[in-house]
Design a binder for this molecule. Structure first.
Ligand code: ARG
Length: 451
């Protein structure tokens, strides 16, 4: 059995060890680069308050920088018998530097260490998610503009209702992503606050300079109250996963529309054959499996905030090992959602549109309200006009006028895509990812200079 950070000479039962370590060795790999960054900031601060010498800091930063490179190369491993990433990094430092390596944990606990790791990991993953959302958003807006003249029946109760358009259809999902980004921005603001220095959850008697680690790591502010900082474990994940669930909900609805619209009974859109899958028995099949899997994955993702709520709900304030389980629910969520975002972007950019849907007279009744409104403009009271058109439809002699004219904001003839784009750009600008990137780069650079 390898050494433990908390080893006091009593060995733990092997089964208990397996049970308590759980999936940490697998999950913590995702946190490794951030664990190193957090340590770099922490020890830089320790030196500034006299708990490390300048020479010790230099040695440690140098070594941490090479561990950081290892985490980025994909070769970093948590060894057999080592509990978690925090233990692994400290073990590597101690192996290389001896007693100096043992000094880095002053004024810190794995409780605030894992908190800061999760925050740094999450803000990076949010950035990747925003980039993928924006890429899909751009495609949807472009398609909306490209096909704004092409009409499509709109449905209520799955019954044909009123004229819609591909301009509206694509644009609706773009604007849905705009609001999803708004929610994600709020989640990001909660994420980008520094919990480091809260230690086990009650602070430290060392005069820690928390503002310094906040600045070094590019956080907007710190989670000030040390008890609250620990209460943020699970809360941040719940809030962020809710924002991701909001994106997932947009994608699953779009996926359902797409599956339905490719059905021969609708025939509104076609997927390129290489984006469909076949059947083992029916030679004619071209199935929209990508959208079906997007729908199920995105529906599954929407249960994650609920799972996190259930894991954390009945805990009092303070740290509990229960919180460890959140990682295996939360961490994989980003890659799964981003995979769906990229897939949907690809499908949406190459989807083929049926431009002649309205030449099929089964859709004639959707122009009924246009006719009613025409009569109203001629002075017929609305209820009388409604009756007149209704009777014509029943009698089978309704002649639709398909040259519709919708001019108000957000309607077929006035999509306001420029407004939707401007709103989205203003939200994306607020994330201010540059500031975070600069701070992380500088922290890594400091080590190079100190060599
Ligand atoms: N693996 C642990 C977690 O994710 C790390 C923190 C351990 N802290 C403790 N007090 N046992 O929560």
């Amino acid at each position: 059995m390898a050494q433990k950070l908390w080893d006091k000479g009593i060995s733990v039962n092997e089964e208990v060890e397996r049970f308590t370590v759980g999936r940490d060795q697998e999950m913590d790999i995702f946190l490794a680069p951030y664990d190193v960054l957090g340590s770099m900031a922490h020890i830089t601060m320790l030196e500034s308050i006299g708990l490390l010498s300048a020479d010790e800091l230099k040695l440690l930063l140098e070594e941490l920088r090479s561990i950081y490179a290892l985490t980025r190369s994909g070769w970093f491993q948590i060894e057999e018998g080592v509990e978690d990433v925090h233990s692994q990094v400290e073990l590597m430092l101690t192996r290389r530097l001896g007693d100096v390596g043992k000094k880095i944990h002053s004024g810190r606990s794995r409780n605030d260490q894992v908190l800061v790791d999760l925050k740094l990991f999450t803000r990076t993953k949010i950035r990747e998610t925003v980039e993928n959302v924006v890429a899909l958003f751009d495609i949807l807006i472009a398609q909306s503009e490209r096909y704004k003249e092409v009409l499509l029946p709109g449905y209520t109760h799955l019954q044909v209702a009123m004229p819609s358009s591909f301009g509206l259809w694509f644009g609706a999902y773009a604007e849905s992503l705009t609001d999803d980004l708004q929610v994600l921005l709020a989640a990001y603001k909660i994420t980008n606050r520094n919990p480091l220095g809260s230690a086990a959850g009650y602070g430290s008697s060392f005069p820690l300079n928390r503002q310094m680690t906040t600045d070094l790591l590019g956080f907007d502010s710190m989670d000030y109250n040390v008890v609250y900082a620990q209460m943020g474990r699970g809360k941040m994940e719940r809030v962020v996963s809710s924002a991701l669930a909001s994106i997932a909900a947009t994608l699953s609805k779009l996926a359902f529309d797409a599956c339905m619209f490719t059905s021969q009974n609708f025939g509104f859109i076609k997927l390129a054959p290489q984006y469909t899958t076949g059947s083992s028995i029916m030679p004619h099949k071209k199935n929209p499996d990508v959208f079906e899997l997007t729908r199920s994955k995105c529906n599954k993702l929407q249960a994650i905030p609920q799972q996190i709520t259930m894991i954390t709900n009945n805990l009092p304030s303070g740290y509990y090992r229960d919180l460890q389980i959140i990682k295996e629910v939360f961490i994989p969520m980003f890659d799964e959602l981003n995979d769906c975002l990229k897939m949907v972007a690809r499908m949406m950019s190459e989807v083929k549109i049926n431009t002649q849907i309205m030449s099929d007279n089964r859709y004639d009744p959707i122009f009924s309200v246009e006719k009613v409104n025409e009569l109203v403009l001629e002075g017929v009271p609305f209820r009388d006009a409604y009756k007149q058109v209704g009777q014509a439809i029943e009698a089978g002699n309704f002649i639709p006028n398909k040259n519709i004219c919708h001019t108000h904001e957000g309607s077929i003839g006035n999509l306001c895509n420029d407004k939707i784009v401007a709103l989205t750009q203003s939200i994306v600008a607020e994330f201010n990812f540059k500031k975070v990137q600069n701070a992380e780069n500088e922290l890594l650079l400091t080590t190079t200079q100190s060599e």
